[in-house]
Design a protein around this ligand. Structure first.
Ligand code: SF4
Length: 662
């Protein structure tokens, strides 16, 4: 349990993550110690993403101690790592300081562990991404703003209260306990009483209604509002080959060998992220660790009896989010999984979001979790998309217009309105998937008959009547703390998110939205269609639509361009085969890849090999080095396919390939 009063430890140091790399290097070498009073916040790095703190290859080792040795290995300057091996450990730091929005991106708790096991116990920033903040809290790492560091460096003792500002009552108890497992132990022993919100009956959002229906305490509140802290039952979830080994490690550490899960049949493991990395020459040196991660996941599955979606004959059954949506998630459910794109499940009218390995370990063990009721922001969809525009363009628009200024931060993005029917269930999933890029808590769509039909079509024998009865609609008059905003779908134009400009300090970020007609002539080397956000049936329809028209016009993938399409699941692959798409792809020079995450996380064919290469990709993240060292533009499946044919980034237009089609 942390002291009630926090002070700096004599002899320990404070690391400032400055925009100037040489200043960081000098601190790491022990040549420079900075004071907050001498540093301007604008000179600190903003938007440090979790890939930078713990890049994928560093996470191939699930042991937190090993992660610490590679802390911040994802930040490179002129192709060189800013943090060399053991740099954070050897620097003897206990506080790390950055600018705005620390910990954006993936839900990987490994980012927190890389810092914590290197000695960091206090993280200072002007705001933290929601999942990252949660991971810090669960791991017992304290967070505060720059004002608190000023006091600490002035020699003051700061009350623990200063590290709890804005936190709900249960989260405060977790911070006081020193982390989630310590808190869970205290609850089990009856040492902590969970507060029950006294919110009176009121109109509620979808998220509020779903959480209310899952209250796990005997005493039930009448209603919930944003900020209410609750213990809730979890309907289901999953971990994958990037996280299961850690979940197993933490559960064994906490409960010993032979621990038992409360409802293993509701949870699952997936072999999807790293499977094909084992065959990549550039990752050959990590092969033993990759195999160990896979074996540890199998050991976890065998020990617990959770559902197994594991590779057969070296082929993944699919990306966890894609398969969970096809086979597991139902309307009205509360879903938790160890991946930030868990929010994709919200397309099926569920409340679903990602958590770190510690939080998942605790909830998969007990079936219960603790959460603060999130606020919501409502998007009223109107009209219909014009030809050439897609759901990806809608979410790139929302990222630019709403997420970049911070309007979606930590909120549930609720989607409904008359335009909903103009978006297919797969297209809704594209939008829900990228709620995490908006740094939102989750994305949730209202349900309708099209959604029910989609579920039944993918789950033979599913009971449509029961599914319909589980649908949750918002109450008229519900409070949206982020406001209600209208999106006119007919006004959406094809967009990209640009790779930014490192020289000007503009990071590669999905919020860098730009209209394709404004970006000029961008030549490409690689086009990639796949990932959880763009490897679904409707996405395959879009790639195939473009390539079919190209084929009819006597065209194919441009010379010097490699166009990869990777299926989201084996079911999507079977769909593409049944529709005849594989033939079209073969005839037009598209390289198809078996289901899995692949290049999206730098673990498969389709990644760039050098800085000079340019990729246009339908994935959801364009963070530096995530899919190779080159520049990466995010775009829709239509744009990706059209660009692959033209050799430069272009928006798709039905007659773009010439007279032959008429
Ligand atoms: S496809 Fe990419 S974004 Fe989706 S789960 Fe896999 S690695 Fe994450």
């Amino acid at each position: 349990m942390p002291d009630r009063r926090i002070r700096l430890t004599p002899g320990k140091r404070v690391l400032f993550l400055t925009r100037d790399p040489e200043t960081v290097r000098r601190q790491l070498r022990g040549e420079l110690n900075l004071e907050m009073k001498d540093v301007r916040v604008c000179d600190l790095m903003d938007d440090i993403n979790t890939d930078a703190m713990a890049p994928a290859w560093a996470c191939f080792d699930y042991r937190p101690q090993a992660l610490a040795r590679s802390a911040y290995a994802g930040i490179t300057v002129d192709g060189e790592r800013l943090f060399w091996d053991n740099a954070l450990i050897d620097g003897n730091f206990e506080v790390i300081v950055s600018g705005k929005r620390k910990g954006v991106g993936s839900s990987r708790e490994t980012a927190v562990q890389a810092e914590k096991y290197a000695g960091i116990r206090i993280a200072i920033a002007d705001g933290f991404a929601p999942i990252h903040a949660r991971n810090n809290i669960n791991s017992g790492v304290l967070m505060a703003g720059h004002d608190v560091l000023l006091k600490l460096q002035a020699g003051e003792e700061v009350p623990l209260e200063a590290f709890m500002t804005g936190r709900d009552p249960v989260t405060r108890l977790i911070i006081e306990a020193g982390g989630l497992f310590a808190f869970t132990r205290a609850v089990a022993k009856g040492e902590v009483l969970l507060p029950v919100p006294d919110t009176t009956a009121r109109p509620m959002t979808i998220a509020e209604k779903i959480l209310l229906s899952h209250i796990a305490t005997e005493a039930k509140p009448k209603a919930l509002k944003a900020g209410d802290a609750v213990a809730v039952n979890v309907d289901g979830g999953f971990s994958h080959d990037f996280t299961s080994a850690q979940v197993h490690y933490f559960l064994t550490e906490e409960y010993g060998e032979g621990y038992k899960l409360k409802n293993p049949a509701k949870f699952a493991v997936f072999e999807d992220h790293m499977l094909y990395a084992q065959d990549m020459p550039s990752l050959a040196k990590f092969r033993p660790r990759l195999i160990e991660q896979s074996e540890r996941q199998r050991a976890f599955q065998e020990a617990t009896g959770v559902r197994a979606f594991l590779a057969k004959d070296g082929v993944s059954p699919g990306i966890c989010h894609t398969v969970a949506r096809e086979k597991m998630i139902e309307p009205g459910e509360f879903i938790q999984a160890t991946d930030s794109h868990t929010c994709m499940g919200g397309s099926l009218n569920s409340l679903a979001y990602g958590v770190g390995a510690t939080e998942y370990a605790a909830l998969v063990y007990s079936g219960i979790t603790f959460t603060e009721t999130p606020g919501s922001i409502r998007f009223e969809l109107q009209g219909a998309l014009r030809p050439g525009a897609t759901a990806k363009d809608v979410i790139l628009f929302i990222l630019k217009e709403y997420a970049k200024p911070g309007n979606t931060l930590d909120l549930v993005m609720e989607f409904g309105g008359p335009g909903l029917s103009a978006l297919s269930p797969d297209e809704r999933a594209t939008i829900a998937n990228m709620a995490t890029e908006c740094t939102a808590k989750a994305g949730v769509f209202e349900g309708d008959e099209a959604m029910i039909e989609w579920i039944v079509a993918h789950r033979p024998g599913a009971d449509a009547k029961r599914l319909r009865s589980q649908m949750v609609r918002p109450d008229p008059g519900a409070t949206y703390v982020g406001g209600v905003h209208t999106i006119d779908l007919s006004a959406i134009e094809p967009m990209v998110a640009t790779p930014g400009d490192a020289a000007k300090g503009i990071p590669s970020d999905p919020t860098n939205g730009a209209l394709i007609r404004d970006i000029g002539d961008v030549r490409i080397d690689i086009a990639y269609g796949g990932s959880c956000t763009a490897g679904k049936e409707d996405d395959l329809d879009m790639y195939a639509r473009v390539m079919t028209r190209a084929l009819a016009a006597g065209k194919r993938v441009a010379e010097n361009v490699n166009f990869f399409i990777q299926f989201g699941s084996e079911s999507v692959e079977a769909y593409a085969a049944a529709k005849g798409y594989l033939d079209v792809f073969a005839k037009t020079g598209v390289k198809v890849i078996k289901p899995g995450c692949g290049a999206c996380i730098g673990c498969g064919p389709g990644i760039s090999e050098n800085k000079s290469q340019v990729t246009v990709s339908a994935i959801n993240r364009n963070y530096q080095n995530r899919s190779g060292p080159g520049a990466l533009y995010l775009a829709s499946p239509l744009t990706v396919a059209a660009s692959a044919v033209m050799g430069r980034i272009v928006a798709y237009e039905p007659d773009m390939f010439g007279e032959e089609l008429r």
